[in-house]
Design a protein around this ligand. Structure first.
Ligand code: NDP
Length: 328
């Protein structure tokens, strides 16, 4: 038997409860993992509370990620005792997720935890920190070096933005952070931002082409912000776009692309192939340190997860929430 958060519709009523399940009820898959840590993301908060239709199949175990130790495996890449983790792939939406003491998943979705990181670390970095690294690597792979010029990061105080600033700064880039929260300037500077700009300067409809200000940008905001960012990238530069905090629209023109050779790179973390994931986590393992992990994460016990999901949606918890699954 094992405990899991279990979402079901009973008499058409959405319910999430801590439930005891039998091993025979485990999902289909070729690797069974004893889960040590999971995390609470905004999407998990929506799933646990039923506030938004995140869950696509019932019953469902929420949790878009987990870390743990392989208990049994029919997959050639994994052996019992090995430390593994998983992010995305529809976990907690289409497939049973990580807020459980035990999970069976497709081995093809699992990755080994890098030696330099603990189970807790990979969950503290989570999808935000991994997505930020996918963005940074898109910039690096485009040939942008610290000598190329300044790098703009929008949504600076968000999860993705904060990690992107920290990584870029550690890699020697000059980072410009765009934020609506000027009062957070000391925090952004401590993360590694060299300059802070007001996000209002980017959020309104703008010109098709503006002054060439940045060698590259990492954008988690979308909408007019993404359009204005593209219009202000230096010749041959790149924008790594991963988010839609301002909106899903993209009210732009082709001018930056056909007149300045700007590249717009789309970043997706959910279905990203393992080769790219491994490259991202290898660089995260080199750049992340214990001080950063401590400053960005809060740990809650498994029994506190449901209440913490409510607090997360109310904006009462800052930073990443790691769930210690083996401590109730
Ligand atoms: P957060 O909610 O932590 O941060 C978003 C930040 O965007 C805020 O902190 C704020 O930064 C800024 N922001 C919010 N609203 C607006 C607005 N109306 N106009 C301009 N800026 C705004 O989210 P995450 O960092 O975790 O994620 C960022 C985005 O990336 C989200 O849209 C998310 O869905 C997406 N995402 C995509 C992934 C992918 O695979 N493509 C994976 C992970 C996330 P500030 O206060 O500094 O202004």
């Amino acid at each position: 038997m094992f405990n899991a958060l279990y979402i079901d519709k009973v008499d058409d009523q959405y319910q999430c409860t801590m439930t005891s399940l039998n091993d025979t009820e485990l999902a289909e898959g070729d690797v069974t993992v004893k889960v040590t840590y999971s995390s609470l993301n905004y999407k998990d908060g929506l799933a646990i509370t039923g506030r938004s239709p995140v869950v696509r199949r019932f019953p469902m175990i929420p949790g878009i990620d987990f870390a743990g130790v392989v208990e049994s495996s029919q997959h050639p890449s994994f052996n019992p005792g090995q430390r593994v983790f998983i992010n995305g792939w529809g976990l907690g939406e289409k497939h049973w997720g990580g807020l459980t003491e035990k999970a069976t998943v497709k081995g093809d979705w699992l990755l080994p935890i890098p030696d330099a990181l603990s189970d807790y670390d990979v969950m503290a970095v989570g999808t935000a920190g991994y997505t930020a690294m996918l963005c940074v690597q898109a910039v690096q792979n485009h040939g942008i070096t610290p000598e190329s010029g300044k790098i703009l990061v929008t949504g600076a105080n968000g999860g993705v933005g904060s990690f992107a600033i920290s990584y870029l700064s550690k890699l020697g880039y000059t980072v410009v952070a765009s934020t609506g929260r000027a009062e957070e300037t000391p925090r952004l500077k401590a993360l590694g931002a060299d300059e802070i700009i007001d996000r209002a300067s980017l959020s309104e409809p703008g010109r098709a082409l503006g002054k060439e200000q940045w060698a590259a940008a990492i954008d988690s905001v979308g909408s007019h912000t993404l359009a204005n960012v593209c219009a202000s990238i230096q010749y041959g530069g790149i924008v790594a776009a991963c988010g839609l905090a301002q909106g899903m629209d993209f009210p732009s023109s082709v001018a930056p692309f056909i007149l300045r050779g700007v590249t717009l790179a789309g970043i997706d973390s959910v279905m990203c192939p393992n080769e790219k994931r491994l490259q991202a986590w290898a660089q995260i393992a080199k750049l992340i340190d214990e001080e950063m992990i401590q400053s960005i994460s809060t740990c809650v016990s498994f029994s506190e997860a449901m209440e913490s999901a409510e607090r997360l949606l109310k904006g009462e918890i800052k930073g990443r929430v790691v769930v210690d699954i083996q401590h109730a």
